[in-house]
Design a protein around this ligand. Structure first.
Ligand code: PLP
Length: 375
């Protein structure tokens, strides 16, 4: 966590007060929540009233996908189509699949190209064909595995033109890119991706857009998300959002150079390494690489033993030996997909970290190649 977030959160942890209580301590806690809401809204380019605090990105995505679907479908029973990019995080993918399996949604997965970029032409084709039957479109701002970013302004303009609400999972984009939440109808963000605490996030929801709540109870957060607000986590989240916005340009330029250096050194030092994702429009801190003839899991464990922690895909599905749906959607062969690793760099990463990786990696790849590719 960023020091600013730790300070804001720990200060609030020892304070008394439920932000929904009317007494002085409650009003004090409410002030902390509302100032946090204003800070986050300002960074995202929306008004404070658009922010709904949640327990994280997963809840924000579920709330948007299921909540928008149910409200739009209830208002007009013809609206049963859900259009979702094929490379969404499971926090979107699974609620969309749930709507198709358990409710009456007709799910249409939107194709991406070999770099992971949405085929906007195919989205347009779907939008043009009977927009009145579409409940929502959901396209992530930036992909958590390969780092590819989408042309959100173009996608948002198309959805607006056809009067269809657009949700975007911007969990990976916040703090890394200029995220203007006012361009979309609904947007998910999360605390722990910007140097804030785990277990807090927000749904940015355009006011006036009907959404059916998932949680019923005390009616907090415009009646959209009941539950006592976690003022310490919200304060830490806001401090992290402000800090990551303040140093974004400088920090991301430095991390991008470091990442590019990592990719250049790995691909020139070791044969049979391919970089995946969009080489131009991408998140600065992600290097996604495939290693010919290796099992990604073997590489991951050997690197871990050398003190280097990386990931085979999204952390949320790590441990499940399946090729990533993101890589398959990009047209990658399943065996190649299973030979891939994601190296993530952040605000604390240094050149010495890249040096250390380069010391360990050639030997690790040689050992993994002797063991053979994933079956
Ligand atoms: N969406 C994306 C793109 C993510 O990368 C993640 C987490 O890694 C999530 C959603 C889930 O967010 P949270 O961990 O806050 O539930």
């Amino acid at each position: 966590m960023r020091p600013e977030a730790v300070a804001a959160m720990t200060a609030e942890l020892t304070a008394v007060g439920n932000p929904s209580s009317l007494h002085s301590s409650g009003r004090r806690a409410r002030r902390v929540v509302e100032e946090s809401r204003e800070s986050i809204a300002a960074v995202l380019g929306v008004s404070a009233g658009d922010i709904v605090f949640t327990s994280g990105g997963t809840e924000a995505d579920n709330l948007a996908v299921k909540g928008l679907y149910r409200a739009r479908r209830a208002a007009d029973p013809r609206r049963t189509r859900v259009l979702a990019s094929a490379v969404e995080h499971h926090a979107v993918l699974d609620p969309v699949e749930h709507l198709g399996a358990v409710e009456d949604a007709e799910v249409q997965w939107l194709e991406v190209d070999h770099l992971g970029r949405l085929r906007v032409d195919l989205l347009e084709k779907q939008l043009v064909s009977d927009p009145g039957s579409i409940a929502l479109v959901t396209v992530m701002w930036a992909n958590n595995e390969v780092g590819t970013t989408q042309s959100m302004a173009e996608i948002a303009a198309l959805c607006a033109e056809h009067g269809v609400p657009l949700h975007s999972d911007a969990v990976q984009a916040l703090g890394q890119l200029d995220v203007d939440a006012s361009t979309v109808d609904s947007l998910a963000v999360s605390g722990h991706k910007v140097g804030g605490p785990h277990g807090v996030g927000a749904l940015v929801l355009r006011r006036g857009l009907a959404l059916e709540p998932l949680l019923h109870g005390g009616g907090q957060e415009r009646d959209v998300r009941s539950g006592t607000l976690d003022a310490p986590a919200i304060a830490g989240f806001a401090a992290a959002v402000l800090a990551s916005d303040a140093d974004r340009a400088k920090r991301t330029a430095r991390v991008r150079l470091l990442r590019d250096d990592l990719v250049a050194r790995v691909t020139t030092t070791i044969d049979g390494v391919t970089r995946n994702g969009d080489p131009v429009d991408n998140l600065p801190g992600i290097a996604h690489l495939s290693f010919d003839g290796c099992a990604g899991d073997a590489l991951l464990l050997l690197l871990d033993a050398a003190g280097i922690e990386c990931s085979r895909g999204s952390a949320c599905s790590a441990g499940v030996p399946r090729p990533s749906h993101v890589l398959l959607a990009m047209g990658m062969d399943p065996v190649v997909a299973m030979s891939s690793l994601r190296f993530s760099l952040g605000h604390t990463s240094q050149e010495s970290d890249v040096d250390r990786l380069l010391e360990a990696l050639p030997g690790v790849v040689a050992r993994a190649r002797r063991a053979g590719p994933a079956r």
